[in-house]
Design a protein around this ligand. Structure first.
Ligand code: G3I
Length: 381
């Protein structure tokens, strides 16, 4: 049975072969009810970044550049806990392209200065995405000029920081399972303008602009054992096969890992292991690029919520970090004081959400301890 057929069954070769060989069915989905005797206490006080670095991994966070300037507690927590940072939105077209002719790098240059000052690696996010396009884009970019507009953007942006960027999210979220296309490409402006070659073009342009950066394809909802996520994984694997078969300079895959705690019942370690093994078998590295644990539908009680969130971090990362191709983990924010989920996944009871390692006063939570323990227990690279 071909690997693609296994994928269509929602399984990678790794887990099917393993399951057949072991004569066992795949483990049932996990419950997220945390046993009362499970504790979340990491040994020592080393930062998440130091624990990751000790295993040859990176740990970092999405950052708001304005907040790095304005909130000293936030800036010092980022500097203390992280070995890497990525801007949440400031490198997107909408925020660095005021008009078709110009670029505004002021915020991102400030971030690069902060990264240099604190010896932090920088992830670039993102050179091509269907969202956060500037208002002028739709009227200005046409099928006739799209390739040159894309080329100028990538060579100017990636070229400006060449040699200083650990990895670029070259293309973000190109797959859509409900797409009526056999290749599961999302219908979006870049596809309409350039066809399916836009992904390959972007990676080749990025590699020319910065041959040192680890070029990454980034996407979401690739984590759990559901038919929707099976389709997403299948679409990503088809895209990766297309790119690698054409010797496109792609080096890594980013799993965003915005995890719904209330869906953790559908977490199937074997299926995730298999998916990661299938990516690694193509010679690609893997990164967890935007992790947070969404507590929107968890009980109101903070101690209960924090324990469930921590268990999701630890259970997910203990599986992910077993895969040698995984290079590191970024959370999409470090402190509950600043999270996109406060608006996007607000709780019906109006309580503040608590998805991240530090609380809103930058104190370490059970989630911090869970991530710390996952790094401490990870095999060294
Ligand atoms: O704070 C600025 C304000 O100073 C500025 O004047 C204004 C101009 O529009 O923008 C404000 O920033 C907003 C920013 O979030 C900070 O809150 C932007 O409007 C808003 O578009 C931006 O949304 C970002 C979103 O991507 C769209 O770019 C979120 O911060 C960011 O967390 C989110 O991140 C995405 C990843 O890129 C891809 N994966 C999913 C993830 C979550 O949606």
């Amino acid at each position: 049975m071909k690997r693609r057929d296994l994928l269509l069954m929602g399984l990678g070769a790794g887990s099917m072969a393993a399951a057949i060989a072991a004569g066992r069915t795949l483990r049932p989905a996990r419950s997220y009810n945390v046993p009362p005797d499970r504790t979340f206490v990491a040994s020592g006080t080393q930062s998440l970044g130091d624990r990751a670095r000790a295993k040859g991994l990176f740990y970092g966070s999405e950052v708001s550049i304005a907040r790095l300037r304005d909130d000293t507690e936030y800036a010092s927590s980022i500097a203390e806990e992280c070995t890497a940072i990525v801007p949440g939105y400031e490198w997107k077209w909408r925020f660095i392209r005021p008009d078709p002719q110009s670029f505004d790098f002021e915020k991102c240059d400030d971030m690069m200065d902060f990264a240099t000052q604190h010896n932090l690696q920088v992830r670039g996010h993102t050179l091509v995405w269907y969202q956060s396009l500037p208002d002028w884009f739709e009227d200005y970019v046409t099928p006739a000029n799209a390739e040159s507009v894309l080329a100028r953007h990538i060579e100017t942006v990636a070229g400006r920081y060449a040699g200083k960027i650990y990895s670029w999210d070259v293309v973000n979220e190109a797959i859509e399972p409900y797409s009526n296309r056999a290749d599961l490409f999302r219908k979006e402006p870049w596809l309409d303008l350039l066809g399916t070659d836009y992904v390959e073009l972007a990676f080749r342009m990025a590699h020319e602009a910065d041959p040192n950066a680890l070029l990454t394809y980034n996407d979401y909802r690739l984590d759990f054992d559901t038919s929707y996520e099976d389709r997403r994984r299948e679409g990503v694997m088809r895209l990766l096969e297309r790119l690698t078969s054409r010797n496109v300079p792609i080096h890594a895959v980013g799993l965003q890992a915005h995890l719904n705690a209330h869906e953790f019942e559908t977490f199937n370690p074997e299926k995730l292991r298999s998916f990661l093994a299938d990516i690694a078998s193509m010679g690609l590295k893997i990164m967890i690029t935007e992790m947070d644990v969404i507590d929107q539908k968890l009980p109101a009680d903070i101690a209960t919520r924090d324990r469930v969130v921590a268990s999701v971090y630890e259970d997910y990362l203990s599986v992910v970090l077993d895969e040698p191709a995984v290079a590191g983990v970024m959370t999409w924010g470090l402190s509950d004081r600043y999270t996109w989920l406060a608006n996007e996944k607000a709780r019906e009871d109006g309580l503040a959400v608590r998805p991240l390692p530090l609380d809103s006063e930058f104190q370490r939570k059970p989630a911090w301890h869970a991530i710390a323990r996952a790094f401490d227990n990870a095999p060294p690279r």
